[in-house]
Design a protein around this ligand. Structure first.
Ligand code: KIV
Length: 304
């Protein structure tokens, strides 16, 4: 774990010159050991990354949820490697302290383990991510996890509702509700830990099942729709900020209504333009040397 004194230009935290941890696999694991909650969010762009990093969010996941929140698709299936990489680079450029995690998009790791290694490697080498996340725990996926861990790429697992399997799961549905399903989930979690994942996202899992998995695992669990029993929490940042309203799952808590605030700001801007109030020529525009204004008028006359 490395510790920096935050630089003066960074934001509200800067004034106190707070000592900040540069988060990586080890620091998240230590938080579990100390019983400290891990704060994580999704993030898709540079300026949001700067704000979240400054607000001490410990892990930023460039989630394939950007297919829905940023690109307007109905689910996560259509986002490509190139699109994900583009956003991972932007988030990495805006982040100093948080651990940036790249979500491996659908079909970037399922078909061929060699392809999976190459794609994960691009997120680390070109994108600046510190880890990748992938969904599921089938034999094939566990094999991919082992390959990645073996070559030094930290991997985060994702169980419960796995959005890339939305067509098999029959919609956005809670998982692990029967004893049999709960047993399978616990087995999957242990198998992923054995394969070497450094953390595990549990999405839409009943609280007692998430609690059991969290207590059984050495690695941290990060919950979304799995109750406060997990070692950390994640939300889609657009949900938290209230700027994505196509889908509002039960587990989302909106901390602001930013679409309303943006609407109000843009309406005020439009009104100021229409009334001539914006921009102010004295304070929001550029003048011309006073003594040259008559010559400018003459020049204009010659031109017309
Ligand atoms: O893509 C995503 O946003 C995710 C989180 C919901 C964990 O995978």
């Amino acid at each position: 774990m490395s510790v920096h004194v935050q630089d003066a230009a960074a934001g509200p935290n800067a004034e106190a010159a707070v000592k900040r941890t540069t988060h990586q696999v080890g620091s998240l694991k230590r938080k579990k050991e100390k019983g400290e909650k891990i704060v994580t969010l999704t993030c898709y762009d540079y300026s949001t990354a700067r704000i979240l990093d400054d607000a001490n969010v410990e892990m930023l996941l460039v989630g394939d949820s950007l297919a829905m929140t940023v690109l307007g698709h109905p689910n996560t299936l259509s986002v490509t490697m190139e699109e994900m990489l583009h956003h991972v680079k932007a988030v990495a450029r805006g982040t100093k302290y948080a651990m940036v995690v790249a979500d491996m998009p659908f079909m970037s790791y399922q078909a061929d383990p060699i392809e999976a290694v190459k794609n994960a490697g691009r997120f680390i080498q070109e994108g600046g991510a510190k880890a990748v996340k992938l969904e599921g725990a089938s034999e094939r996926i566990v094999g991919v996890v082992k390959h990645l861990v073996e070559i030094g790429i930290p991997v985060i697992g994702h169980l419960g509702f796995t959005p890339q399997s939305v067509n098999t799961l029959g919609g956005f549905k809670i998982q692990g509700k029967t004893l049999e399903d709960a047993k399978r989930l616990i087995g999957d979690a242990l198998r992923l830990q054995e394969a070497g994942v450094c953390a595990l996202v549990l999405e839409m899992v009943p609280v007692p099942v998430a609690s059991l998995i969290t207590r059984r695992l050495r690695i941290p669990t990060i919950g979304i729709g799995a109750g406060n029993v997990c070692d950390g929490q994640i939300l889609v940042v657009d949900d938290l900020l209230g700027r994505y309203s196509e889908l509002t799952p039960r587990f989302v808590r909106r901390y602001m209504k930013s679409s309303q605030l943006i609407h109000e700001a843009v309406s005020a801007y439009a009104a100021d333009i229409r009334s001539g109030e914006f921009p102010n020529n004295d304070t929001e525009a550029f003048g011309f040397p006073e003594e040259l204004v008559p010559d400018l008028a003459l020049l204009f006359e010659k031109l017309v």
